[in-house]
Design a binder for this molecule. Structure first.
Ligand code: BES
Ligand code: ZN
Ligand code: ZN
Length: 506
């Protein structure tokens, strides 16, 4: 487990601090006062450093190092700019131990200093992440202490922001660790153990449905996918109960695809496509991590997480293209491609969420390569049956600075998942619109419950660092879900809207 630094407030920079970060606006214009050493502004002007967002200039000093960090146009400094700047600072200070951030000096007059503080903690905390569990000679970020410089009068209002954002950082790092952990140790059984450990530590109700219970419940999608693997599946249910429920008495269901390794099954993936397939449980990891911090953040709504965990392997016991599975909802599915396994395990988890009476369902899944083709590695696809829910999620994502983009669930394409011999088949026709036919398949299991689906196949696992986003597992979705739950307003059950948008063609 990677340890993020501790964050605290201070009014001045003590002797033990070895790095001071000073914000510089486009110009370059040094913002704030009294923080850094005397900087030769005239010289800075002649340098190539222009104060662009995230740009850094390291000035080694006799007693301590100054990191000038760009924040772009002074009037436009917001939480997103500061999150990025803080991440740049810690990346530039990787081997130092204590850093003072004078970055609140960059917040424009009247700006929200609590949001700014949260963003700084997130950027600095997430920027220090690197997965090195299996390195004999690890090179972790050495920073153990980050000071946020602010006037004493502000400390009372900023401390809760620090506490909350520290919890958020821990949650995102937990999601990253779960996904980065190799698939020989992060099995469905192990994921369930982690859920239980986390639940006991933070105070969540955790229920684990093992293969026997799954058989009794008729979770045919989950069992079908898992049957080729030596590792049995788990359906993990984690519940957060608000202490002071206000407003809605319902609950939000968060459903995560938890394929701990996706070989494709008998519809085997090519070797290159398999290399990152330990990341196919990123949706489940994001849901687990989100639940893990709810007792600290205390949203007012009940939240139930459903993690559909299985391993997709080829073997003499594996499902075959052509097999028919019966799902929890009673619908039968002809499996024509065993690599389209995510929708099979999610079908059962979504059905359970509907049965449990969720008032809104959000699922996160590394569901389709087609979504990566459409939107690339940094943007998730957003689909769903309720405009209000989708709008709330989009706003939450924009608050978290995680990119999501709406995709349609076209009624015209629904017949592509009709099967000749069963109720549904698990692939569309041909290569086109794969993200949409996958979404249409999931929709079949959401009943009349407002539902939104995030296809995170692109942004869940990336091949390079970018600001607070780490190479490998990113923890994408955790901060969006947390922002969503924080601002959640019960969505209206608009059945007509569902039919208008995605009703059957015939
Ligand atoms: N886990 C993959 C999707 C994926 C691809 C995630 C790339 C992350 C990066 C999923 O199970 C899958 O293989 N989907 C198939 C569906 C197809 C067979 C209909 C795909 O996208 O090719
Ligand atoms: Zn697959
Ligand atoms: Zn998959």
């Amino acid at each position: 487990m990677t340890m993020a630094p501790t964050f605290s407030l201070a009014t001045s920079i003590g002797d033990s601090i070895n790095v001071v970060a000073v914000p510089v606006a486009k110009g370059p214009i040094i913002l704030g006062d009294g923080c850094g050493p005397e900087i030769d502004a005239a010289f800075l002007e002649t340098s190539s450093f222009k104060g662009k967002p995230g740009e850094t200039l390291v000035i080694p000093g006799a007693t301590r190092t100054t990191v000038m960090v760009g924040v772009g146009p002074a009037a436009k400094v917001d939480a997103h700019v500061l999150r990025r700047a803080a991440a740049s600072v810690v990346r530039a200070s990787w081997k130092r131990t204590s850093v003072a951030l004078c970055l609140l000096d960059a917040v424009p007059e009247g700006g929200d200093r609590e949001q700014a503080t949260k963003a700084l903690v997130e950027g600095a905390g997430l920027g220090t992440y690197r997965y090195m569990e299996h390195k004999s000679d690890p090179t972790p970020c050495k920073i153990t202490e980050v000071l946020m410089i602010a006037e004493a009068a502000e400390h009372g209002s900023l401390q809760p922001a620090i506490d909350q954002a520290s919890g958020v950082v821990e949650a995102v790092c937990l999601a990253r660790d779960l996904v980065n952990e190799p698939p020989n140790s992060m099995t469905p059984v192990r994921l369930a153990e982690v859920a239980i450990e986390v639940g006991e530590r933070v105070g969540l109700n955790v229920e684990v449905i093992d293969e026997q219970a799954a058989t009794e419940l008729g979770l045919g999608g989950l069992l079908g996918v898992a049957q080729g693997s030596d590792h049995p599946p788990r359906l993990i249910k984690m519940t957060y109960y608000p202490s002071n429920p206000t407003g809605s008495t319902g609950s939000v269901a968060l459903v995560g695809k938890g394929i701990t390794f996706d070989s494709g099954g008998l519809s085997l993936k090519p070797a290159d496509s398999m290399m990152t397939m330990k990341s196919d449980m990123a949706g489940a990891a994001a849901v687990l991590a989100t639940l893990s911090v709810l007792p600290l953040l205390k949203p007012a709504v009940k939240v139930v997480g459903y993690l559909a965990a299985a391993e997709n392997m080829p073997s003499g016991k594996a499902i075959r293209p052509g097999d028919v599975l019966k799902t929890r909802a009673g619908k039968t599915v002809e499996v024509l491609n065993t690599d389209a396994e995510g929708r099979l395990v999610l079908a059962d988890a979504l059905a359970l969420a509907v049965e449990d009476g969720a008032e809104a369902i959000i699922d996160l899944a590394t569901l389709t390569g087609a979504c990566v083709v459409a939107l690339g590695a940094k943007i998730a696809g957003l689909m769903g049956t309720n405009d209000d829910l989708k709008t709330q999620l989009q706003e939450a994502a924009s608050h978290a600075d995680e990119r999501v983009w709406p995709l349609p669930l076209p009624a015209e394409y629904r017949k592509q998942i009709d099967s000749d011999i069963a109720d549904l088949k698990n692939i569309g026709n041909g290569r086109y619109a794969g993200a949409l036919t996958a979404g249409l398949f999931l929709k079949e299991f959401t009943g009349k419950v407002p539902w939104a689906h995030l296809d995170i196949a692109g942004p869940a696992f990336v091949d390079s660092d970018d600001a607070w986003v780490a190479k490998g597992a990113t923890g994408f979705g955790v901060r969006t879900l947390l922002a969503f739950l924080d601002g959640y307003v019960a969505v209206s059950h608009d059945e007509d809207a569902i039919d208008d948008e995605v009703g059957d063609e015939d």
